[in-house]
Design a protein around this ligand. Structure first.
Ligand code: SAM
Length: 326
């Protein structure tokens, strides 16, 4: 675990798959783009260069520090950029307030930024000594410590199993409950190590448990499930959505949502007329998820687990329902 002196050095957040985002989002000059997770503004900057001089980028982030930093970084783009502190599940509200209707593109770059991960006081990393906070929005009422210290052993085991895909979840939950109250990242690492043993192989034994707690503290899967349909509805015909996921749970939600909106009519094949009213709203344009090149992974190890999926909004939303085969 890194000492407080070392942990003050925060490595720069390198945006992942930037070339691929530009290819799949295909932003044109004058386009209106939503960066639903603006973070440090790396993708936003690349997008703004493409949509300038008349385009507009609306950036959202839950984290007020990310809002401040991206505003600072992108100040030179003046009126072309506006950043709001908001969860992406509140995209409709945020865009309505700004008077933005349909948009040409939406980007989701999920998870946490390097800055969040490396800030010891945020408590995201098993590698940094800090409080068990893990909130992306520091005004959220519930921290990771609240979950760890109040949930039943069974609920904790379920949470760690479901969100961490951790096979030792029961043993870890038992150790957590026996060691309450847990206050620091070190307390949680020790509980995991007592349950599973020390570091073996490439993955630290606490990796999955920390992922699970972070997902639960921030309701990450629920908010993504709410936000994706809002983003799809906001796209104008021909508009595009890109989502970059860093673990299989969020990638599965992206894949299923895109597939669901790309399906259209679900009436039986021999039905003479469509009665379900389902209409295809999307065309998925990434047959398989797009991964980072070996060169990018060498430059930026965080890119190793990144998976990008993209889709394009179909024609006029007022069109009559179309069949799956059309
Ligand atoms: C991987 S970083 C994005 C980095 C950014 N693309 C860049 O180039 O700097 C993910 C960001 O998403 C934010 N975030 C996570 N969940 C969110 C949500 N539900 N709503 C808004 N922002 C969210 C995090 O606070 C974090 O800043």
């Amino acid at each position: 675990m890194t000492s407080p002196a070392q942990s003050r050095e925060v490595p720069t957040h390198l945006p992942v798959l930037v070339g691929e985002v530009l290819t799949y989002l295909a932003p044109r000059p004058g386009a209106v783009i939503v960066d639903a997770t603006i973070g440090e503004g790396g993708h936003a900057e690349a997008l703004l260069r493409r949509i300038a001089p008349a385009g507009r980028l609306i950036g959202l982030d839950r984290d007020p520090e990310a809002v401040m930093r991206s505003e600072e970084r992108l100040r030179a783009f003046g009126q072309n950029i506006v950043v709001r502190q908001a969860g992406f599940e509140q995209m409709d509200e945020a865009l309505d307030e700004l008077g933005v209707g349909l948009v040409d593109g939406v980007l989701f770059d999920l998870g946490v930024s390097t800055r969040q991960l490396f800030a010891p006081e945020r408590g995201f990393s098993f590698d940094r000594l800090g409080p068990l906070d893990m909130r992306m929005d520091p005004l959220q009422p519930r921290t990771a410590a609240d979950l760890l210290n109040t949930l039943s052993e069974r609920a904790l085991a379920d949470l760690i199993h479901r969100y961490g895909e951790e096979r030792g979840a029961r043993r870890i939950a038992r150790q957590i409950v026996a060691r309450r109250p847990l206050r620091t990242t070190r307390d949680l690492v020790r509980a995991v190590e007592a349950a599973l043993g020390g570091a073996r192989g490439r993955l630290h034994p606490a990796t999955r448990t920390f992922q699970a707690l972070r997902i639960a503290t921030n309701d990450e899967l629920e908010t993504l499930t709410i936000a994706l349909p809002q983003a799809i509805e906001r796209l104008r015909p021909g508009g595009r959505l890109c989502a970059i996921a860093f673990h299989s749970l969020e990638d599965r939600i992206v894949k299923r949502t895109l597939a669901q909106f790309a399906r259209g009519c679900s009436c039986p094949a021999d039905a003479p007329l469509c009665i379900c009213g389902g209409r295809r709203m999307l065309r998925v344009i990434t047959k398989k998820p797009v991964a980072a090149s070996p060169a990018e992974v060498r430059r930026n190890p965080r890119a190793r687990s990144a998976r990008l999926r993209a889709a394009e909004r179909c024609g006029d939303p007022a069109f009559a329902p179309v069949r799956e085969s059309t």
